[in-house]
Design a protein around this ligand. Structure first.
Ligand code: NAD
Length: 492
């Protein structure tokens, strides 16, 4: 058993209660690590450490350029340790080593990008309309940021918050998911090695329902950066609202992958596979609804089923595996429930539809890649986030109907469009109510490009220039240069 500790105020500590919980390897179905089970008291200590670090001159008076230097060192350390960190993620959340490895090798770019931005938060001089007045703005950090992340990509989603938050001069308390905390706790070591003052980054492990409110509702948390499900997001938002604190919400989705009859079908088939079976469907941007123009429906379904049948399942640490296990036992049960719901609603299963019996899947929590046809847009399987390898195929006649179906859910995270018509590319990009539109591609992402949701998929943006603005507040400073204070009873 791997034994983990939490990072509070630069010290590696157990929970004050002494309690731990087991973290499971989804491929074996067995526990492999012991993780501290933080209490609200531990959370209080982490927030106090982060607040003290925020006020300490070693961080507060560090120049923005030097903050960037520290972030750059973290980037170098991630690059050095990418393979080891990826392996920890794969053991803990069951996602493919090929995917986690690629993610980890790319992760330094976020730290480098925000390292470069740290000393470019410049403020503005306003050409103010009041004679005898000088007015300028300062961009200031908010204080202590609480970062809450889900289990599907712990280090990537943690980085999306920590890198811009630190670049802007905040300090952080990060709570990773109780289902995948190990890589985050290991990641904490990089900050000390890079030379960050103690307490600037703190990591507490534990259960959302035990410590979430204590963290989000703590009076010294200035901002909450949340990624997770929309029901949890709503609760976090409500708790934050009681203290009027800003939040960013990166929530779930029910993304449509729309294939028009003029699309390059070979590419579209791969795009729809990547949307739903990559990462075993456990990604917020899963293209869990395939909208297929009716004229190509039969050909698409036949070819798609054949392609999906070839997917190799098994050990996520094997570089040849294409579909790994479901990360958590409750999530496994939830997906099975949805398969039942879809059948009861009248959807027809043409591939998979249950747990995998393949010998290479061992005792892991595996679901066969599943495809439903005869799916109606209003069915629960077409409206609710399943978060697994389950695709619903919905036919459409023309562009208007495709847009109506695609936009007809409460979510608005992403959409894919497959077409050879450039005019259609542009009109679809405008008409889809989502934060990301992929045209003739799917799941592309970069540290340079803003990512986030419309509608119930959340608000606020991660990555790109936009993200650093989520971690600053703008102060307006007025100076009277006239030397004469006018009538005090009239507003200037
Ligand atoms: P979740 O909402 O159950 O948990 C997310 C985090 O919130 C975890 O750290 C959890 O411990 C914590 N939490 C739980 N209850 C809490 C409470 N009362 N107060 C504060 N924190 C609490 O999500 P999950 O099951 O871990 O992850 C899957 C979800 O995440 C899916 O809905 C997926 O779409 C979403 N997701 C969104 C994005 C995005 O960028 N939009 C990315 C990845 C995942």
């Amino acid at each position: 058993m791997r034994i983990c500790r939490m990072l509070i105020g630069g010290e590696w500590v157990d929970s004050r209660s002494g309690q731990t919980f087991e973290s499971f390897n989804p491929f074996t179905g067995k526990p492999w690590a012991l993780v501290p089970r933080a209490t609200p008291e531990d959370v209080g200590a982490a927030v106090a450490a982060a607040r003290a670090a925020f006020e300490d001159s070693s961080w507060r008076e560090l120049s923005a350029t030097d903050r960037g230097v520290l972030l750059g060192r973290v980037a170098d350390l991630i690059a050095e340790r990418a393979d080891g960190l990826a392996e920890l993620e794969t053991r803990d959340n069951g996602k493919l080593i090929t995917e986690m490895g690629a993610q980890l090798r790319y992760l330094p770019q976020w730290f480098r990008y925000y390292a470069g931005l740290a000393d470019k938060l410049e403020g503005r001089v306003i050409p103010i309309d009041r004679p005898g007045m000088f007015n300028f703005t300062i961009e200031e950090p908010l204080g202590v940021v609480a970062a809450l992340t889900p289990w599907n990509s712990p280090l990537m989603l943690g980085t999306w918050k920590l890198a811009p938050a630190l670049a802007a001069g905040n300090t952080c308390v990060w709570k990773p998911s109780e289902h995948a905390s190990v890589s985050a706790l290991e990641f904490g070591k990089l900050f000390a090695e890079a030379g960050f003052p103690p307490g600037v980054v703190n990591i507490v492990s534990g259960f959302g329902n035990e410590i979430g409110d204590a963290l989000v509702g703590h009076k010294d948390i200035a901002k909450v950066a949340f990624t997770g499900g929309d029901a949890t997001g709503q609760r976090v938002y409500e708790t934050a609202a009681k203290q009027i604190k800003p939040v960013t919400m990166e929530l779930g989705g029910k993304s449509a992958n729309i294939v028009f009859e003029d699309a390059d079908l070979d590419n579209a088939l791969k795009g729809v596979v990547s949307g739903i079976f990559a990462a075993t469907g456990q990604t917020c941007v899963a293209g869990s609804r395939a909208l297929i123009q009716r004229s190509i429906l039969d050909e698409f379904v036949a070819r798609f089923v054949e392609l999906a049948k070839t997917a190799r399942m098994g050990d996520p640490l094997d570089p040849n595996t294409q579909i790994g296990p479901i990360t958590t036992r409750p999530q496994f049960a939830k997906i099975l429930d949805y398969l039942e719901i879809a059948r009861n609603e009248g959807a027809k299963c043409v591939l998979g539809g249950g747990p995998s019996e393949r010998p290479e899947c061992g005792d892991g929590w595996f679901i066969e890649p599943t495809i439903f046809v005869d799916v109606e847009p209003g069915m629960r399987i077409a409206q609710e986030e399943v978060f697994g390898p389950v695709l619903g195929i919905i036919p459409f006649e023309d562009d208007d109907e495709a847009v109506e179906i695609a936009n007809g859910t409460v979510y608005g995270l992403a959409a894919g469009v497959w077409t050879a018509d450039i005019g259609r590319c542009l009109t679809m990009a405008r008409r889809l109510e989502v934060g990301t539109v992929w045209i003739n591609t799917y799941r592309a992402s970069s540290y340079m490009s803003p990512f986030g949701g419309y509608k119930r998929s959340g608000f606020g943006r991660e990555s790109g220039l936009s993200a650093i603005r989520e971690y600053v507040q703008e102060k307006s400073v007025w100076i009277d240069t006239s030397g004469e204070t006018p009538n005090p009873f009239i507003q200037r």
